[in-house]
Design a protein. Structure first.
Length: 245
């Protein structure tokens, strides 16, 4: 994922979008592979991108229940959260930088836009901004938190809220004796790089951010937000709610 604030993923370089489109059209998809310089190769089961409420992790279920007013689902993918919110009677817009994903959402009856959250030409006022599946990861690098909160202020209606989940990945750097093996000079430990592959499509390498709750709270307060933890997940993850102080 490019750090350009108006970046949109080209169809020919969009492995996740192609996987979503394939599964939507045929209910079958090949392996969606995830590579990183920090982790072993992983795989995203494409069917999980179309999960229903009962199959969502607890923090996503809680986020759905806390949504109110006009909702913006950022990085909406196939639109699984949008469809659940619509079924509950909410007005919701899904945005994604993947044109293929947006096409799928539109075919599912979702108000979807092919736009980057950080694009200053994208405007509107939303009562809830939703960032799930570690949606805060779109920030990429910790030094872009100011840009994130600036964009959030542009898009939030008065009294609005941000609901996001993330994970504290310090366990990756923990030795057997419980000590931490983190190079503090290398930057924030939650900054990760990923590359996705699907069939013969290899996407561009992109930066992705995992942020621990205390660090999120610190940045939120720095930029005029309050931050509360709504629920802990099962794997060092959590759901947080942010509101303008």
């Amino acid at each position: 994922m490019s750090t350009k604030d108006n970046h949109i993923t080209e169809n020919g370089k969009d492995p996740m979008g192609r996987a979503i489109a394939d599964y939507h059209n045929t209910r079958k998809a090949s392996k969606l592979r995830v590579l990183s310089s920090m982790f072993y190769e992983d795989e995203i089961p494409v069917a999980t991108l179309f999960r229903t409420f009962k199959d969502m992790p607890i923090q996503e279920q809680k986020a759905i229940e806390l949504c109110r007013g006009r909702i913006l689902d950022v990085g909406a993918g196939s639109g699984c959260h949008c469809t659940e919110l619509m079924a509950r009677g909410h007005e919701v817009m899904g945005i994604d930088i993947s044109e293929l994903s947006v096409e799928v959402m539109k075919s599912r009856g979702i108000d979807a836009r092919n736009v980057n959250f950080f694009d200053e030409t994208f405007t509107g006022k939303f009562d809830t901004i939703l960032l799930l599946m570690n949606g805060i990861g779109i920030v990429g690098k910790i030094d872009r938190m100011e840009k994130f909160f600036s964009s959030a202020k542009r898009l939030l209606a008065p009294g609005g809220q941000i609901l996001l989940d993330s994970s504290d990945i310090k366990y990756i750097f923990m030795d057997d004796d419980g000590s931490m093996l983190i190079d503090l000079a290398a930057g924030y430990y939650g900054e990760v790089d990923f590359t996705m592959k699907y069939k013969n499509i290899t996407g561009e390498k992109f930066d992705w951010l995992y942020i621990d709750f205390d660090t999120l709270t610190m940045y939120a307060e720095q930029y005029g937000f309050t931050c509360e933890k709504c629920i802990d997940g099962k794997h060092d993850d959590y759901l947080a709610r942010l509101t303008i102080a």
